[in-house]
Every structure is written in C-alpha cells, then in structure tokens.
Design a protein around this ligand. Sequence first.
Ligand SMILES: Nc1nc2c(c(=O)[nH]1)N[C@H]1C(S)=C(S)[C@@H](COP(=O)(O)O)O[C@H]1N2
Ligand SMILES: [Mo]
Length: 297
Amino acid sequence: MKISRTQITPEKFYKNRRKFIKQLGLVSSAFYLAPTLFSTANASSKLTEYKYITTYNNYYEFGTGKNHPVERSQNFITDPWSITIDGEVEKKITLSMDDIKKTFPVEERIYRLRCVEGWSMVIPWLGFPLNKLLKKANPTSKAKFVKFESILDPEQMIGQRYPILDWPYKEGLRIDEAMHPLTIMVTGLYGKELPNQNGSPIRLMVPWKYGFKSAKAIVRISFVEKMPTSSWMKSSPREYGFYSNVNPNVDHPRWSQATERVIGEGIMSPRIPTLMFNGYEEEVSHLYKDMDLRKYY
Ligand SMILES: Nc1nc2c(c(=O)[nH]1)N[C@H]1C(S)=C(S)[C@@H](COP(=O)(O)O)O[C@H]1N2
Ligand SMILES: [Mo]
C-alpha cells in the first residue's frame, strides 16, 4: 500500500486550499466549527495529519485491526455506486453517485470524530447536508426514523465472512437528527476523494455523536416508523444505545468517557476533556431537551 504520493500535510494543503477548491469545482466552502473547538489554545484543535486519518481506522468489514482498513480496502470497487431511498416514502428513488455529485455541491466541514473507544481526530471533511438528499424522497407521515445501511459484499470485504457484526452495517437516526444542518454525507477529506478506508464513495458524519454512528459505504437509506436496531446495539445493547451522543457524563460500562486521546499528538501528550455533544451543545441540545440522557444513551 502506497499512500505517500497522495499525502498532503495540513500546512501545504492550507496554502493551496483555494486552488484545490477551484480544481474540484466546489461551489462553496465553509467552516462549520463548534465555537468551542478552536477556542481553547491547546494542540487538540489542530487538524489531524492525513496519514493518521487514513491509516488508523475502524471499518470492521475489512477486519477489526486499526491497520486492516488501509491494508485491505485498496481494491474495493466503489464505481458504479448508487444509494436507494425507500421505506415510508411516496416513491422509492435510486440515485447514482454521478447524480449525487452533480446535484449536491460539497463544502468543507471541519469536524472532530470522537470514537467511543476514547480517541479523536480533527478532520476536514468534504460533504453536503443529508437533509438535501432526504428531501429528494417524500417521506410519508408515518416516517419517524431514518435507517442507514452500508454495502453487503463478503467477496470484497473479508470481515463480512465472519459474524463480527450484524451485516450489513446498520445505523439509525431520528428524523430531526438526520435533518439537522450539521449532519452531512461525506464524499471527501482534505480536499480530495474519500479514501476507501474512510468509507468511499459516501458515508455519513454526525459530529455530535460517537464515530460509529457515521456509517461508511452507504447504499440504502430507509424512512421507518419504528426505531431501527443498529448493528452495534444488536451486538452489545448495554454498551451501545440508539442515541450514542458524545456525553462525558455517561460512562461506557467498561471505561470512562470523560476524556479523549488526540491521535497524532504523541504518546506523551495529555488526554483532553471530552465536551458535551462533542462541542455542539448549543446547536443540538434542544433535540434532547426533555430526555434523560443516562437512560437514552
Ligand atoms: N460500515 C462501517 N461504518 C463504520 C464502521 C464500520 O466498522 N463499518 N466503524 C465506525 C466507527 S466505530 C468509527 S470510530 C468510524 C471511523 O471512521 P474513520 O475510520 O474514517 O476515522 O467509522 C464508523 N463507521
Ligand atoms: Mo468508533
């Protein structure tokens, strides 16, 4: 696996950022940062280097090791690709990746990905609001939740030959969470196409929830009436609930969620405090205002 050719450092990238964005034909580029993300003058607010973002991954379809996705996904075929939107909709639709690229201009969003395992990275994603895609299908009044399914392809994905998770990988959001403007579909990072190990050609990114909500390689989105059971809920309901909001006050049954290790900062650097809703409390807490977040974890 060679990644050196495509590697770019944050510094280089930011010098050439405007140029990149022009080359990609991006219509708009905007930063959507939690106000808190860059307010602390600590190292934790730096962008994580491309090499860490693309070599330290969770993508169980390719194995459970952090190095497995980069090592085993390079030949994964992502073209042609399409997403079907079905379930409680007036008319089921299927959009090809080409349709999606033409219809939804991408913008840059710098979001911190906080894994439930206790580490985080700050990643400049390229994507567009999920609500734009969902609005293409007309959900019926019965629709209350949105279910996401990753691709099922055990021939190409060695991890799917073993019952590690309930394949295909499934995740879910309440409709209002899915429609929130911070929730995006990602098609790139650092101004480039999304690498296979990060969920090419298209993945979800919900910045106030733990990383596992952000399903990779999505092929199907369904509007449903009942709360869907995600693959993680199914594998360990005590550890993984439906909501999965980043919440430093609710421990994982086996470890604390109060702090996180920032990937790439070096082994000696201290863990940093984890912020409520990953720093987006102001933007999203109204979604949960009457809920006991210890019960709905
Ligand atoms: N299809 C699929 N999506 C997935 C996963 C997975 O195993 N399969 N892992 C999740 C977890 S646990 C995390 S932390 C993030 C990691 O994303 P990254 O590798 O781009 O950092 O992807 C999430 N999306
Ligand atoms: Mo994760």
